[in-house]
Design a protein around this ligand. Structure first.
Ligand code: TXE
Length: 479
């Protein structure tokens, strides 16, 4: 099967006529091909988007909303097909694609399609003068998304961009391109006007760079690795493009002795291993108050042992395959590193899980629990982005905060305590864009989403996203 680019309302071949192999990580086999596009395809996409902008940006918010709602309905109608495509591309359990990834793509479109109808700007009156603010769409914007939550994060960017009246040139990850391709078919079916959304497939070094460098692209919304974010900022900042960068994380889970232990175990195991640990919000460093450390570790390992690593198509699978061979090797190299640094593997490790015959060559890793490391070793400082978690004890609240803040990252974290004052204190002190207290991954799409320090710049979600994708213009009138 050959994936195509979506440019100017049509599904087209890449100009180079070259294709990249697309691998199913659960089987290790090539199952489709995606365009190996380059700057020529990006130029065509930008031209189509520029031509479509005048008409799309002048449509009323209601008109744009109607079309985006239609896309949401079509995603919902095709949920089973899209979920299977996501699982085949990414390796995640099919039940997760059905329950989380695809429904969230529907929600993203519905949320911003209706949000734009309520989006308003300010006016400021003073005697004899009235100032009012217009929020104008930017023009052509670039959206670059990663492989861990493919359609979920792709639509999290394109939906607000389109709702606000921009035209989009988007690039999904070359590792998981399939659902973005299927979305292109649905955009055509929904009657999205030509050129309003364009999807160019290919490598980051060619297509991603061409989008970042293009002088007519006014803003870049990016989710992915911190190094890539730095490279994008280096190119785009001197061109004064608006930038929204959602980057890596090394999130802390802080467990205090007064937590509800059973619930905490249940939730922190999910926070460690959901989506094979490949969510930027996963809690990969757990810090536990000394007095309950032993019992926490024992119960945590007991629960982890119950997780089933299986063929992603198997209903029982809690963990499927990790996304690619190179990512698999990266995760295993960190398990080696943890041992070199003195870590003790209590469960999991490098042993290959036996799954089934279909998945013999797939990239599977057991959920892995490591103790005996300090907060400052490389294993606890660098993003692994796999099903690997470390557990360390702490003595005081102050020490827990120091450990939590000891990395270059600042995306998310969770705090487990029944003491309300402590929950507030610690949440204020931890340097992260998102903190959960006695819960994890509860998402309200109205909240600001993003990180501090090396975890990124800017916020997505709610009005933040619509503000990012618009330019405020102040107009002052003498009365
Ligand atoms: O990300 P990349 P990768 C982290 C995680 C992971 C690491 C690398 O630690 O191991 O990043 O993953 C495009 N200009 N996260 O390699 O390379 C690329 O084609 C413009 C965290 O997948 O950053 C893809 O579409 N674009 C994260 C997108 O950027 C470029 C989720 C992300 O790829 C480019 C995923 C360039 N020079 C990985 N180079 C999270 N925070 O959710 C690549 N791309």
């Amino acid at each position: 099967m050959q994936i195509k680019n979506y440019i100017n309302g049509e599904l087209v071949e890449p100009i180079s006529n070259k294709y990249i192999e697309n691998i199913n990580p659960a089987t290790g086999e090539v199952y489709s091909y995606l365009p190996d596009s380059d700057s020529r395809d990006v130029n065509k996409a930008v031209q189509a988007a520029s031509e479509a902008f005048n008409s799309w940006s002048r449509k009323s918010a209601q008109e744009r909303s109607q079309i985006l709602l239609k896309i949401a309905d079509l995603i919902e109608k095709n949920l089973d097909k899209l979920a299977l495509a996501e699982t085949t591309d990414n390796g995640k359990p099919l039940k997760l694609s059905k329950k989380v990834d695809i429904p969230r793509a529907v929600e993203n479109f519905r949320f911003f399609a209706t949000g734009i109808i309520h989006f308003a700007s300010e006016s400021h009156y003073q005697p004899h003068f009235l100032n009012y603010t217009l929020r104008m769409p930017l023009g052509v914007v670039g959206c670059i998304s990663p492989w861990n939550l493919p359609l979920y994060l792709f639509t999290w960017k394109v939906a607000p961009a389109l709702a606000a009246g921009n035209c989009v040139v988007a690039k999904p990850s070359e590792i998981t391109p399939m659902t973005a391709y299927l979305l292109a078919e649905l955009c055509i079916e929904a009657g999205l006007p030509r050129g309003v959304m364009n999807i160019v497939h290919g490598y980051g070094s060619t297509v991603g760079t061409a989008i970042t460098q293009h002088p007519s692209i006014r803003a870049i919304s990016f989710t992915g690795g911190t190094k890539t974010g730095q490279e994008i900022a280096r190119v785009a900042a001197p061109m004064f493009k608006k930038l929204s960068l959602e980057l890596g994380g090394k999130n802390a889970t802080l467990v205090f002795a007064d937590c509800d232990l059973e619930r905490t175990i249940h939730e922190t195991v999910s926070a460690s291993f959901s989506n094979q640990g490949q969510i930027c919000l996963c809690g990969s460093r757990i810090f536990v108050e000394q007095s309950i450390y032993e019992v926490f570790v024992q119960k945590f390992v007991e629960r982890t042992k119950k997780l089933i690593v299986a063929d992603p198509l198997d209903e029982r699978a809690n963990l499927g395959a990790v996304v690619s061979k190179s990512h698999y090797e990266k995760i295993l190299s960190y398990i080696d590193l943890a041992q070199e640094e003195g870590g003790k593997i209590l469960y999991g490790g490098k042993e290959k899980p036996v799954v089934n015959q279909r998945c013999e060559k797939g990239y599977f890793v057991y959920p892995t629990v490591i103790t005996g490391l300090d907060a400052y070793c490389r294993t606890n400082q660098e993003e692994i982005f796999g099903p690997v978690v470390t557990i360390q004890p702490f003595d005081t609240e102050e020490e827990a905060i120091i450990f939590a803040n000891s990395t270059q990252y600042g995306l998310a974290g969770s705090i487990w305590t029944q003491n309300l004052a402590r929950a507030h204190r610690v949440a204020q002190a931890v340097e992260s864009g998102i903190l959960w207290v006695n819960c994890w991954l509860i998402r309200d799409l109205r909240t600001p989403f993003g990180g501090m320090k090396q975890s990124g710049v800017g916020r997505e979600g709610g009005w933040e996203a619509l503000r990012f994708f618009t330019e405020p213009k102040n107009i002052c009138i003498q009365i």
